[in-house]
Design a protein around this ligand. Structure first.
Ligand code: PLP
Length: 283
């Protein structure tokens, strides 16, 4: 496929960066994953705004304004074959001449984008839900930033995969934070619950869409701290992300969630999400 590297579009297998890039040496960079439906980026403004927040926290000037990002993404999407794509975008601080933790004075950020076919969960996964395990959230205290330093998230995801599961649900000090690469919603007594945004979780774009849809369609919901025990005793658990959309978790640590099948509110929210997506993309 075609990628974008520092101003040029080229085949992905020909793209090269320096081993001195601080993204490689330190994980010093920000990223986004933007879903594209029918060649139109979904919630692009929000993704670019979140990128801006991450870059600002990293004290890294955003190399492009929103209009420039939109052009780069549109061109990249046009060069690739798929109607639905997932665009990966990253900005690292760039390559210095020496390895030094402190920021170099003069350095040009490395801007890299690639795209792949967007693979949302297949019908059988939507029908049966997925299995999840739990783990202590041992990540740092700036989980609100979408940085390329994802080693903890990788270890936590592998913890699930090693047990044949799709996701690891994280608890910190007895409270739900999120998944290794998703936000988590639960349902108890007909009410949709999810934790409030804080430095302990990524402010998901899909999380926002789900809460907007709940408000618009009078789905009872509450944003509040959620105890680990409330998750373990939940009627439904869902994971949300730009590529998983709204996906039911039907077992947690080998035990069924509710009756062990995707619940009514999760199925409703998945349908609302599909409708919303289709409406936005047609408008
Ligand atoms: N939380 C983490 C740790 C993530 O990596 C992701 C995205 O992959 C999400 C939440 C969901 O965010 P979004 O809905 O913006 O894709």
């Amino acid at each position: 496929s075609t990628c974008y590297l520092d101003g040029r579009y080229l085949p992905l297998d020909q793209a090269r960066i320096s081993p001195m890039d601080r993204g490689f040496l330190f994980g010093d960079g920000a990223y986004e994953v933007i879903p594209v439906y029918s060649r139109r980026p979904f919630r692009l403004e929000e993704h670019i705004a979140r990128l801006g927040n991450t870059l600002a926290a990293l004290q890294l000037p955003d190399p492009h304004n929103a209009g420039e990002w939109a052009v780069i993404i549109r061109e990249l999407v046009a060069t690739n074959d798929w109607e639905d794509q997932s665009v990966y975008l990253q900005v690292t601080r760039g390559a210095d001449t020496k390895r030094n933790h402190a920021f170099p004075a003069q350095v040009t950020p490395t801007v890299f984008l690639m795209s792949d076919a967007l693979l949302t969960p297949p019908a059988d996964q939507l029908a049966s839900g997925v299995a999840a395990v739990s783990a202590a959230d041992f990540r740092w205290l700036r989980c609100d930033l979408k940085t390329v330093a994802l080693l903890a998230n990788c270890l936590l995801r592998q913890h699930a995969v090693a047990q044949g599961c799709a996701e690891t649900i994280l608890f910190r000090d007895g409270f739900l934070t999120e998944g290794s690469a998703s936000n988590i919603f639960i349902v108890r007594d007909g009410v949709v619950l999810t934790p409030p945004k804080s430095h302990l979780m990524l402010p998901g774009i899909t999380y926002d869409v789900v809460l907007e849809l709940a408000a618009r369609h009078d789905v009872a919901h509450e944003v509040r701290e959620i105890l680990e025990d409330e998750v373990r005793g939940a009627d439904e658990i869902w994971m949300t992300s730009s590529t998983k959309e709204v996906l039911a978790v039907t077992t947690l640590d080998g035990r069924p969630v509710g009756d062990g099948r995707p619940g009514p509110l999760g199925r409703r929210m998945h349908a609302l999400y599909q409708d919303f997506k289709n409406t936005v993309m047609r408008s």
